[in-house]
Write a protein that binds this ligand. Structure first.
Ligand code: AMP
Length: 428
């Protein structure tokens, strides 16, 4: 089977690694890919914003399945255009991708279908938004409605911060994404990520995973795209799992179908475990990066039949199996990230690190030049490890990190600390 994967991050390297391991696959391309993906797939310089060019490539190369990693092409309707051209593609169509592309859309869906979430209001002008936050008080959460590269959310601890965020968004701080603003109740509790594979009607939960958004140890510093992740998370107990499926994921899939915009693809729920039970605070319509990396390490089943079944609306009788081992991934980023950083520094020792038992290294922002691997982005490498316990997986991952020689990079040293604390509390 011929497959085209779209994307260039650590998430796509993990997907490429998993897809390439399927005996069903005879040829895998990735557009645009990166230096690591090149060892799993043929990387091609295809402009993925040019849907006609993607379709032409698929036709010329007899591509039978397109897998889309990031949200931007999904929101731009790449699945709609591939579907219309008769090319099977994994991911939601444009209107279903609004679950990520418009926070207001998702909040309205929640209120229509009694999906537990924080109280909210939508605004298209600053004076009304300011009056609302002054009435509500802080803490409160201010969100740009549209896609803002993961930066469109301000958790305001004070009224002044909320007012500044509203001003910044309506003045164009996030461009068109901030033309509408959603103001949401601040939810208190532990944050978990929940993933489900959907075919428009049926949702199959994936293994649980948790990421670390803050840039520094002890969850300090600014938010990032994610500095590490682990799977499974002990905080999604079987009871919480069932509540999330019954009260959040199930009604969302049913609600989207009822609207005539069935959701196919990966539904990624950001859930706060509050005193009143799990509450949704956001949806993403694709795998999380770096959560995807740990999920791919733990997935025992062949992913390709699962992706095909989701495209074909055939998940009803489908089953996914997972390895019991814990997986941890540590992100190595360029110094300065998530602010300004330099590109082009040389990274050495990756091959030695990858030889360690249970270790897998996925590339994110890398490029190969004259036989060397150079940093080419903010988040650059994902150093992943599996083992029987979280402590062992973490120790392996850092053993591998320590073999990588990259003076211009850094990483957090405490990935999976919550799960390790929990493991210790249970005497493991
Ligand atoms: P997002 O960019 O949507 O992933 O949001 C960034 C972070 O903001 C999330 O990971 C949460 O920690 C936080 N957040 C979003 N919505 C809320 C909320 N209603 N209450 C508390 N924290 C929130």
């Amino acid at each position: 089977m011929h497959i085209l994967l779209i994307g260039s991050g650590g998430r796509e390297h993990a997907l490429a690694w998993k897809i390439a391991s399927s005996p069903l696959v005879t040829k895998l391309w990735c557009a645009p890919g990166n230096a690591g993906i090149a060892s799993e797939a043929e990387c091609i310089a295809l402009d993925v914003t040019d849907h006609a060019a993607v379709i032409a490539f698929c036709r010329a190369n007899k591509v039978e399945l397109v897998v889309v990693g990031p949200e931007t092409p999904l929101a731009a309707g790449i699945i709609d255009d591939l579907d219309a051209a008769g090319i099977k593609a994994f991911g939601p169509r444009r209107l279903a991708a609004q679950l990520e592309g418009s926070k207001g859309f998702t909040k309205d869906l929640c209120s229509e279908h009694d999906i537990p979430t924080g109280a909210y209001c939508r605004f298209d002008n600053a004076p009304e938004a300011l009056a609302y936050v002054r009435d509500q008080g802080a803490p409160i959460v201010v969100k740009a409605d549209g896609l803002a590269a993961g930066k469109g959310v301000v958790v305001a601890q004070t009224l002044a911060e909320a007012e500044a965020a509203i001003g910044m968004m309506f003045e164009g701080g996030f461009g068109i994404a901030g033309a509408e603003v959603v103001i949401e109740e601040f939810l208190e509790g532990r944050e978990v990520s929940f993933f489900a594979l959907c075919d428009g009607e049926t949702a199959i939960p994936l293994a649980s995973a948790q990421d670390h958004k803050r840039v520094f140890d002890h969850d300090e510093g600014p938010n990032t795209g994610g500095m590490g992740a682990y799977s499974p998370t002990p905080f999604v107990t079987p009871e919480i799992h069932d509540q999330i499926m019954d009260k959040i994921i199930g009604p969302t899939v049913a609600g989207m179908k009822a609207r005539g915009t069935p959701f196919k693809g990966i539904l990624y729920a950001g859930v706060m475990l509050t005193k009143e039970g799990p509450k949704l605070f956001e949806y993403n319509v694709r795998f999380g990066d770096p959560e995807c990396q740990v999920l791919m390490l733990r997935m025992m089943s062949d992913i390709v039949p699962a992706l095909l079944a989701a495209c074909d609306g055939q998940l009803k009788n489908f089953d996914l199996r997972w390895f019991p081992e814990v997986a941890v991934t540590v992100v190595m980023a360029a110094k300065g990230y998530p602010g300004a950083y330099a590109k082009g520094s040389v990274i050495e020792g990756i091959d030695d690190a990858a030889k360690l038992d249970g270790v897998e290294i996925f590339h994110a922002g890398t490029v190969a030049k004259d036989g060397a691997i150079l940093a080419n982005g903010g988040r650059v490498l994902n150093v992943c490890a599996s083992a029987a316990t979280v402590s062992q997986a973490q120790a392996r991952a850092y053993q591998a990190v320590d073999l990588i020689r990259w003076p211009d990079g850094f990483c957090r040293r405490d990935i999976a600390w919550q799960a390790i604390a929990q493991e210790k509390a249970h005497g493991q």
